[in-house]
Design a protein around this ligand. Structure first.
Ligand SMILES: O=C(O)CCC(=O)C(=O)O
Ligand SMILES: [Fe+2]
Length: 238
């Protein structure tokens, strides 16, 4: 049975804790056992993806049937609306497989991503999140799988949503042999929009960053030969 618990040693966690306290963002390579990362990657390559995008404040999730029946003209109009939204405002388009926040529903569905979220919410791993973030009130981890195809992106935002009690955001990268030129970079910004740091997709690397913090995902290039896969979500107080 594949084990989805983090593979980091106590020493690695202690080092990461120091770096997180200092910088507010860290990268942990080799986050899961190789077999677990490979099982997730295999699942993501053939998962039931939904296209998600926003129109202003409103989120749309389109299932595979809805995407397939769009005419070329409808798909073009949708793309235009998304590009219009991205010119000045907050905009995103990518694909998702959502994961329930209910442990019973995760256990029942039992996808590898459900099993990962179960492990992330187990008592010993919650203790690791409390140590890493320095927040003793961390109580849950939520998540979704994401797939960014060429043309997908997420503009600048800070993840601070009222009532969600997010302490930190995580991104478990599952994109083997990614090149930075393919886009899909997780970029961090200062108040003027300047890029103060960027994380290139990788394989089995965990990005962890404090919330709120301005960031974006740069558009995936038309020539990227593979999608940008990850499991992403937040470490929360409740
Ligand atoms: O995929 C990433 O690197 C970050 C995703 C993100 O910022 C978000 O979903 O809010
Ligand atoms: Fe975000």
């Amino acid at each position: 049975m594949t084990d989805f618990h983090p593979a980091s040693s106590p020493n690695q966690i202690a080092d990461a804790t120091q770096a997180f306290a200092r910088d507010g963002r860290i990268r942990i390579p080799g986050f899961l056992q190789r077999e677990a990362a490979e099982a997730l990657h295999t699942f993501l390559q053939d998962a039931p993806w939904w296209r998600t995008f926003n129109q202003g404040e409103r989120t749309w999730d389109l299932g595979p049937e809805s995407i397939e029946v769009l005419t070329l003209e409808q798909a073009g109009k949708l793309e235009q609306a998304i590009h219009q939204g991205a010119r000045k405002g907050f905009q995103y388009v990518y694909e998702t497989v959502r994961v329930s926040e209910q442990s019973s529903e995760r256990s029942e569905r039992g996808f590898p991503i459900d099993r990962l979220l179960e492990a992330m919410n187990s008592a010993p791993v919650l203790a690791v999140w409390r140590e890493l973030t320095g927040d003793p009130d961390v109580a849950l981890v939520d998540g979704q799988a994401t797939r960014y195809l060429p043309g997908h992106f997420l503009t600048r935002h800070d993840d601070d949503v009222e009532g969600k009690n997010r302490v930190a955001a995580y991104v478990l990268n599952l994109s083997p042999e990614w090149r930075p030129e393919w886009g899909g970079l997780l970029q961090f910004h200062d108040a003027t929009g300047e890029v103060t740091g960027a994380m290139v997709p990788g394989f089995n690397v965990l990005n962890l960053f404090r919330v709120p913090q301005s960031h974006s995902v740069s558009i995936v290039a038309p020539f990227a030969p593979a999608p940008r896969y990850s499991i992403t979500g937040w470490i929360r107080r409740g």
